[in-house]
Design a protein. Sequence first.
Length: 355
Amino acid sequence: MPNLFSPIKIKNIELKNRMVVSPMCEYSSVDGFANDWHLVHLGSRAVGGAALIITEATAVSTEGRISYGDLGIYKDEHIENLKRITDFVHQHGAYIGTQLAHAGRKASHDLPWNGGKQIPAGQPNGWQSVAPSALAFIDAEIAPTALDKAGIEKIKADFKAAAKRALAAGFDVIELHGAHGYLIHEFLSPLSNHRTDEYGGPFENRIRFLLEVIESVQEVWPKENPLFVRISATDWTEGGWTADDSVALAKVLINKGVDLIDCSTGGNVATAKIPVKPGYQVEFAEKVKKESGILTGAVGMITEPKQADEIIQEGEADLIIMAREFLRDPHFPLRAAHVLGQETKWPVQYERAKW
Ligand SMILES: Cc1cc2nc3c(=O)[nH]c(=O)nc-3n(C[C@H](O)[C@H](O)[C@H](O)COP(=O)(O)O)c2cc1C
């Protein structure tokens, strides 16, 4: 029976354990460039024993950024600094993925520590956002422009160019950000997609944009390299995207060569009531895994070694993806090994601290 420290092979990588650093926006870039903050933030989690580290939402275009501080991969000049990070992570026995993202109608906002409000086009650091339909996320915001066919084609090309740069930068995994009310999720959900063309209406049409983005990425991303998709497995709202939709999508994605679905929830409806509690999204990882057969990652308030270990042992998910607990403790995997009585390799520099 696998446990938290069982290796797992996914295409051409073998993760040494099941612990993954979840994407976390740092809002610390200038014009999309990675810098020393990103090296230390991502690198320290490799030192701490995570098997796979996924970068924050990494914008495929300037207008696809949530804020002007987002990490980006929209120009070739970004590659060099990213490569420094992937090299460091590899030297410390971990793999690294990038979460390719377009913020859709949630673009052009201020940094969270400045209040995080929408910045209108025409103001410094502001631009007009785009989305499947001209529907604002909250009433107080300026509505996005509905994408036309040319706009959709441009974004597909942006994802493709970003994937090519990700390969050049040494990333092992691409995760497409299809969750949290950003562009791909906006197409998936009937609450944000009111289109009447081939990208809107029935399920088959609403998933079309994601499928086309996957195809664009696969033109340059090697078949042997893992491709993950993060989804919001439910909108937690009547009339929205559901867990059954997620299973139906997973069945399509598995045949498209997607390796794993990272099962988050929510983010597309500001008023949704989400029953947040420890492990509250694990049931979605379990349902998608069991009903479609695809590998899944569980995320959301997983904070304890025993809790994480049980999810793997019970076969509820294949990976444990953690965000805030990794901010509290970059060495969570080293601690988890101690708590669970498992052997794990420490960085030689830190061996004198081993429990
Ligand atoms: C600081 C911070 C930044 C985040 N940025 C992203 C992001 O860039 N992409 C994403 O998919 N989720 C993002 N999230 C959500 C996390 O990846 C994760 O899904 C969520 O925090 C729940 O997991 P946790 O309870 O382990 O923190 C962020 C969360 C935090 C705390």
